[in-house]
Ligand binder design. Structure first.
Ligand code: ZN
Length: 336
């Protein structure tokens, strides 16, 4: 499975996939694994602590004290005033912990949104993976729109679950967090995940955009009745071409702005915790982001009932449903 992913991924990713290569999970016994996990955990904890110590580089000069930390919080104050010092130390301490959270269809499936995988995801006996393509839209745009309208209705009627709420809580309470979701629904947002900390890397199902030019809108507010009434295929007011759902279809490029947001976050420094939940991680870029973000000594935590291509790189595996595991995990991360 990993080979399949490795072959389909860009070449520059491959070397990074082996940054934990001293351990061969396929051949290790349970005892080896445990010993390896303990040793790895201790090493990582030591590295983590050292990084935390190094994080705030403070110095005295010209009667002032300054702190310059990698998160671009440059602070200085005149020497003296214990309260001020404590406040600044607290501020810098809270910005030390960086999070990257990546979610996939498994998180929304627990709110009743069918995934694309397996017979459960079929619609009118059609495999949705065959509808979510530019070719399917070119062949039969009415059929594709009917499916997306039903899916919009389904999402409007669904409610965020414990996983969405836990991630929203972590996002609200963390100074430095990015949530990358592969889900096109709005359940993370409705649970309270701040928009500025979230990237919908596969688009937004409530956006309708032109298949030719840049024209588009987000029509969530128009509501359910509009979906039912709007039986005509929408056309672009600017150029007359067919409008299409604002999602990324199979075989299409990821959206530029969202990709830049992810790259910019990763370039700001490594993460202390990378949580990957409810995704089979079949896209090479999901593995790439998770490994790059956890590259120094960060924990890579996978939440998935089943093994995925990412599992062998994880430092912690939670083999449970996201709605069960995430509330507990988030509590641990917040309380520590
Ligand atoms: Zn247009």
């Amino acid at each position: 499975m990993l080979d399949a992913v490795a072959r389909s991924a860009p070449k520059f990713l491959k070397s990074q996939w082996h940054h934990r290569s001293s351990y061969a999970p396929d051949t290790a016994t349970d005892g080896d694994r445990k010993e390896h996990d303990n040793a790895k955990h201790q090493t990582e904890r030591a590295l983590h602590d050292r990084r935390r110590d190094e994080h705030c580089d403070s110095s005295d000069h010209a009667g002032q004290r300054s702190i310059n930390c990698p998160q671009q919080h440059f602070l200085n104050w005149r020497t003296g005033g214990q309260q001020v010092i404590l406040e600044i130390v607290a501020l810098c301490g809270s910005c030390v912990v960086r999070f990257l959270v990546i979610t996939g269809a498994g998180v929304s499936a627990e709110s009743g949104i069918p995934t694309f995988r397996g017979k459960d995801g079929y619609w009118r006996n059609i495999d949705p993976a065959k509808l979510a393509t530019p070719e399917a839209f070119a062949r039969d745009p009415r059929l594709v729109w009917e499916w997306y309208r039903e899916r919009r209705l389904q999402i409007r009627n669904a409610q965020p679950n414990g996983a969405h709420r836990a991630i929203a809580k972590l996002a609200q309470q963390s100074r430095d967090l990015l949530l990358i979701t592969q889900n096109v629904d709005d359940l993370h947002a409705r649970a309270g995940a701040p928009a500025e900390k979230m990237v919908q890397i596969h688009g937004d199902i409530f956006v309708t955009r032109c298949s030719r030019c840049e024209f588009g809108w987000r029509d969530y507010a128009q509501g359910q009745e509009q979906e039912n009434r709007d039986a005509q295929l929408p056309r672009c007011a600017e150029c007359g071409a067919l409008m299409r759902p604002g999602v990324v279809w199979f075989g299409e490029q990821l959206p530029w702005n969202e990709l830049q947001q992810v790259e910019s976050y990763l370039q700001q420094g490594p993460c202390d915790y990378v949580v990957v939940a409810g995704t089979t991680a079949t896209f090479g870029y999901v593995i790439d982001w998770a490994l790059r973000a956890s590259r120094s000594s960060g924990e890579l935590i996978e939440v998935n009932p089943e093994e995925t291509p990412l599992s062998q790189f994880a430092t912690r595996l939670l083999r449970e449903r996201a709605a069960v595991a995430l509330p507990r995990l988030v509590k641990q991360l917040i309380d520590q």
